[in-house]
Design a protein around this ligand. Structure first.
Ligand code: AMP
Ligand code: MG
Length: 484
């Protein structure tokens, strides 16, 4: 059934009800003049929401938190977080609300969440608001990441509030409505652990198991199994980022999900020319969250998660540490396995080619791409044309790439396999920037076109050449600013 009035949208308040210590009941700040700028109709359909309703005045009021079903219990969630390595015990949703959980027609549960909905008790010095461009950035990049087959929160809508938001200069304000399989973060566990209330921590862990890793409930050691499951999910996630050149930009523990979904698209970007040290965020001068650091940062974040779970893993503190350390020790193997499997597909290599052969071939290639400043995304499509026996394009003539290609061709790569995993279209930095600049000036057409393009990343379409091209020559280093 499709919900077509706010009253018929069944928003459960499970998190609010089961974990009242981890949230504060709160209401959205009214938007003076709401205008729907982007609506994800395919996602609405998946959720069982009527897109025509969401476009109506009442629907837009729903999407800004102004007109919720009577039964809804919106809350600001509490969480802690290690930000750039330093622990902040009290972060929480300073400008966001969990409206509740939606059950889709297939029975899957999704959090419905607003970002930019006004200050909450966690706002500290912040104004609780969000600027239009970063909310549209989250929308288009998360849509692209999802289309690439990478677990992610999804963007349902962006509504301009009609309020001016003061930053360095004035910007139009907006609210992003997004969904996630949950908003449980490593930081949620850090907050619960810091209270010293082990029963609260257990309730949170049971909630996480129930929502994401039901098999852990009947395991011999449920909380160790929860940890192992998150280790696997996060290893797989970061491997997927690496395989498409995605740089999250702010991998603080409050931005790491228990589900293994990508969350909180702030200063994120995709590498253009391949560079292990690529950093785009203006606030990451030290390069803590550089492209090549992401796998080891994930491991560090998982260690912080493990620390929170120790009292649940074993009553004996030493044994708990031993068990958690053992489980964390599996991370590198999970990561390597996921990464090699991904590189095998990117290079079109059959299962009969051993991992021991794929790994050095892939590593040597990345080294060459780095040395020669080759556009990471375009390269693999060009390579598929070489696998098809086409002329060797100019990109393969530089330095030692020709030699590398000869080694690779001996393994009989399958171009069809390559084209199914190597995207033609990603949310390229210069295209995202162009779309956001136009949107801020009132023209949504480039944004809509870009969303449309990145939703079908693998199928080359005539007329879209400019979306497949690398960064314009001489465009200089790309810098992103934290999503505020
Ligand atoms: P983020 O960088 O979006 O992951 O946010 C980090 C923390 O800062 C979270 O606790 C946010 O809720 C909070 N925060 C970010 N921007 C604002 C704002 N404009 N007003 C209030 N809180 C904010
Ligand atoms: Mg965040």
């Amino acid at each position: 059934m499709t919900a077509s009035t706010a009253a018929t949208i069944a928003l459960e308040g499970r998190f609010a009800r089961e974990l009242p210590e981890l949230s504060v009941p709160w209401q959205a700040e009214p938007a003076p003049s709401p205008e729907l700028l982007a609506l994800n109709a395919p996602l609405a359909a998946t959720l069982g929401l009527d897109a025509a309703f969401l476009r109506s005045v009442e629907g837009v009021a729903f999407l800004t938190g102004a007109a919720l079903p009577d039964t809804a219990t919106p809350v600001a969630q509490a969480y802690s977080g290690h930000q750039f390595g330093g622990f902040s015990p009290r972060l929480g949703d300073g400008r966001a609300l969990l409206l509740g959980e939606l059950r889709d027609p297939d029975g899957n549960t999704h959090d419905l969440h607003l970002k930019g909905s006004g200050p909450t008790p966690f706002a500290r010095a912040g104004d609780g608001r969000a600027v239009l461009a970063p909310m549209l950035r989250e929308y288009v990049v998360s849509e692209g990441v999802h289309a690439l087959g990478i677990p992610s929160t999804r963007s349902l809508a962006v509504v301009a509030t009609g309020r001016v938001v003061q930053r360095e200069v004035e910007f139009p304000g907006a609210i992003l409505a997004r969904t996630a399989s949950s908003h449980l973060r490593v930081g949620s566990f850090q907050f619960a652990a810091a209270t010293g209330d082990v029963e609260l921590l257990r309730r949170l862990a049971d909630h996480a198991i129930d929502r994401h890793y039901a098999h852990a409930a009947s395991a011999e050691h449920p909380y160790l199994t929860l940890f192992e499951s998150v280790v696997k999910a996060q290893a797989s996630l970061v491997a997927k980022w690496m395989l498409v050149g995605f740089v999250h930009g702010v991998m603080n523990t409050d931005n790491v999900t228990i589900s293994g979904e990508t969350i909180d698209y702030g200063p994120c970007a995709f590498v253009d020319v391949f560079d292990h040290a690529a950093v785009f965020s203006s606030i990451d001068g030290g390069g803590r969250y550089a492209y090549g650091n992401q796998p080891v940062i994930t491991e560090w974040n998982l260690a912080r998660f493990a620390e929170t779970l120790l009292p649940l893993i074993d009553d004996d503190a030493d044994r708990a540490v031993e068990r958690a350390t053992g489980a964390l020790g599996e991370y590198r193997a999970h990561y390597s396995e996921a990464w090699i499997a991904g590189m095998r597909a990117k290079l079109g290599l059959a299962g009969s080619v051993t991992d021991e052969a794929v790994a050095p071939l892939a590593t040597d290639l990345l080294h060459l791409l780095h040395e020669n400043r080759v556009d990471f995304t375009s390269f693999f499509r060009v390579l598929a044309s070489v696998a098809r026996g086409g002329d060797r394009p100019a990109v393969l003539e530089v330095d030692a790439i020709g030699e590398w290609a000869a080694r690779w061709l001996e393994l009989s790569p399958d171009a069809g396999v390559m084209d199914r995993v190597n995207p033609v279209y990603i949310p390229r930095n210069h295209l995202v920037e162009e779309a956001l600049t136009a949107a801020t000036a009132g023209d949504m057409a480039p944004f809509e076109a870009l969303v449309d393009v990145v939703r079908r990343p693998f199928e080359e379409r005539p007329g879209l050449e400019r979306y497949a091209a690398g960064a314009p020559a001489g465009s200089g280093p790309y810098t992103t600013f934290c999503g505020t």
